[in-house]
Design a binder for this molecule. Structure first.
Ligand code: GLN
Length: 189
């Protein structure tokens, strides 16, 4: 199975390494046609406005939407979570808008620009997930089709809607590959 990692900007290499560690072939995606033979796509953290603009410039915005309508599974971390959201509070920046979520950018405030937290995620077992948040967004509200997998102070930080998965934090910067494994299972379902 091949899984793509959108490689326009941001932390895409770490996702590639994580996927390879999980035993799947990882492909960096920069051109629309490179999406044709991947079963899943990861949109990394970075700067969501930049990634969104580049997606349009490189012809990837429409292509990803088209492939997602045909079953492509997509996992967005941080900026990727923002790009998956239908609504971004106070912003009309480009987005895929595939998840029924309202996202707030840089949502944890200045004093908490970056922090780590242990998340309780029943879906991943008893061991907590160590989550690294960097100028992180959160999901402020979500439609009924969205499954909430974890929260921090009542803010949604892991959510799933069918073939789409979003985390506000960066699992690719830790040693814990359970979220990538979960995404790989989602692709196979
Ligand atoms: N704050 C960034 C944005 O709004 C996201 C940060 C990240 O991806 N680590 O795009």
């Amino acid at each position: 199975m091949k899984v793509g990692v959108l490689a326009l900007q941001g932390a895409f290499r770490e996702h590639r390494w994580m996927l390879e560690r999980c035993g799947v072939e990882a492909v960096e995606i920069r051109k629309p046609q490179e999406l044709d033979d991947v079963a899943g796509l990861i949109i990394p953290g970075g700067e969501s406005t930049t990634i969104g603009k580049l997606m349009i410039e490189w012809g990837l915005m429409d292509k990803i939407k088209e492939r997602s309508a045909n079953g492509l599974a997509i996992y967005g971390t941080c900026a990727g979570m923002i790009l998956l959201a239908k609504e971004i509070v106070g912003s009309d920046q480009p987005r895929l808008g595939l998840m029924d979520t309202v996202v707030r950018r840089n949502a944890f405030g200045r004093q908490r620009e970056s922090f780590e937290a242990d998340l309780n995620v029943p879906e991943f077992g008893a061991e907590p997930v160590r989550a690294v948040f960097i100028r992180a967004p959160y999901i402020e509200s979500a439609g009924s089709a969205v499954q909430v997998l974890a929260t921090v102070n009542d803010k949604i930080v892991i959510a799933r809607q069918g073939k789409f998965l979003a985390t506000a934090f960066h699992p690719e910067l830790t040693d814990d590959d359970r979220i990538h494994q979960y995404f790989i299972k989602m692709i196979q379902e």
